[in-house]
Write a protein of this length. Structure first.
Length: 423
């Protein structure tokens, strides 16, 4: 059971949709350094685990319920005799944390939470680029299937677009289809991955966002194929165009991808899978307990704590750790649902073995409309242009396989969402 959350309020900002609270800082000891390049954070069993990066082995756990930090065994220098730096990142599977050391090494490590020990694992492959791990690297853990089915560590190796997975049982790396090259094949600092798993619908997806170019893709881990999505907007609420760079990180939770833009900004974004749209949320506060106006940059990271709560490392030479409470989607531990303030689509039958459905909605009106059907990953699989939507729409979904599909009816000035399950 989760402990009652008793936070010491150091600074906070309350705005519509959510609010930020700063909690106890990352400890200064033993190195005396702050969180910077190569810093990362993961969550396991309601405890956060944080590495400072910044070419130090400092490593800690943080208990949000008690607002208490614990110093853990430092990350060893290993065979490369280097501390973590650019390209260091981590992912978690229960009691096992997997981490790349970066800093132009191929070092790959396991921290066993139950044993409180570090172990060096087989190196990340050199691959066709012949490069070690650099900036732009990120990892996620994804278990395919249920029961005793194998889980894998998926690695986007920065600098280029090499993509791998590591099997913890066999301790072997496997080369996968490269991440899409897009405009340029280089996935630089601030590129990220976010994993989504929903076993009852065979959804095992990895969302990938390319820094600087804002290209976004989805990888289906079962079919091992890539699809194109819409990337994070360059311009935020300030109206200034900013690129996602160092410190951009993301996590999947509550039916959406939550992402920091990094790049010395405070921007915080949410990608809604149902609507396939990005929306900016309250920015990470500029001024924290460090007493300096610092934005999110190198070492920034984000994790989901569940129940609409997210923790964010600001990085950028600070020790600040922030908690975001999402008051709009709080307590949504399921797939996204349409906002109650917007009429949705009533699709009948909602569960059907056939391929012909009828759409009703109080939001429908005469006039042209565009119907877009997306699969569970958010990819558009079918579009229909209607000369006149009227008060009902007959839709033929012939050609679509069994699965869950998201339906969007665009009336020009309004988008009405819905869902249909094909058997």
């Amino acid at each position: 059971m989760r402990l009652a959350v008793l936070f010491t309020l150091l600074a906070g900002t309350t705005l519509a949709g959510g609010y930020w609270t700063e909690v106890a800082q990352v400890p200064e000891a033993p190195s005396g350094k702050a969180v910077k390049t190569g810093g990362w954070m993961v969550e396991s069993d309601d405890i956060l685990y944080i590495a400072k990066g910044n070419k130090t082995g400092d490593f800690y756990s943080y208990n949000p319920g008690l607002n208490v930090w614990t110093m853990l065994p430092p990350w060893p220098s290993g065979t490369d005799m280097k501390a973590p730096g650019k390209g260091a990142t981590a992912c978690v599977d229960g009691n096992r944390i997997y981490a790349t050391k970066g800093n132009n090494t191929r070092g790959f490590w396991l921290y066993d939470i139950s044993l409180n020990t570090w172990t060096q694992l087989p190196d990340v492959p050199l691959g066709p680029s012949g490069k070690a791990v650099k900036g732009g690297t990120d990892m996620v853990y994804l278990k395919l299937g249920t029961g005793q089915d194998t889980g894998y560590v998926y690695l986007l190796k920065g600098y280029k677009n090499e993509f791998y997975r590591y099997n913890p049982q066999t301790m072997v790396w496997q080369t996968l289809v490269d991440a899409p090259a897009g405009y340029k094949s280089r996935w630089g600092q601030g590129s990220w991955l976010a994993a989504r798993r929903r076993t009852n619908q065979n959804i095992y997806y990895i969302y990938a966002h390319k820094a600087k170019y804002h290209e976004m893709y989805v990888y289906d881990a079962l079919t091992q194929t890539w699809g194109l999505l819409t990337g994070m907007p360059f311009a935020g609420s300030s109206g200034t165009s900013k690129k996602a760079k160092d410190g951009s990180r993301a996590v999947f939770s509550d039916g959406a991808v939550w992402a920091l833009k990094g790049g010395n900004t405070c921007e915080f974004w949410r990608y809604d899978l149902l609507l396939a749209t990005w929306a900016e949320r309250e920015p990470v506060p500029l001024l924290g307990s460090s007493g300096r106006q610092k934005r999110v940059k190198s070492g920034g990271d984000i994790v989901s704590y569940g129940d609409g709560i997210y923790y964010v490392l600001k990085g950028n030479g600070t020790r600040e750790l922030w908690r975001y409470t999402d008051t709009l989607t709080l307590d949504r531990d399921h797939e996204p649902t349409p906002p109650t303030t917007r009429p949705g689509l009533n699709i009948s039958p909602g569960l059907t073995a056939g391929r012909r459905v009828v759409i009703h909605s109080p939001g429908l009106r005469p006039g042209p409309a565009l119907v877009t059907i997306r699969d569970a990953s958010g990819r558009s699989v079918l579009t229909r242009r209607l000369a006149d939507a009227g008060n009902r729409v007959n839709l033929d979904l012939t050609g679509l396989s069994a699965g869950v599909y998201l339906v969007e009816l665009n009336l020009g000035d309004a988008k009405l969402p819905g869902k249909v399950v094909l058997k």
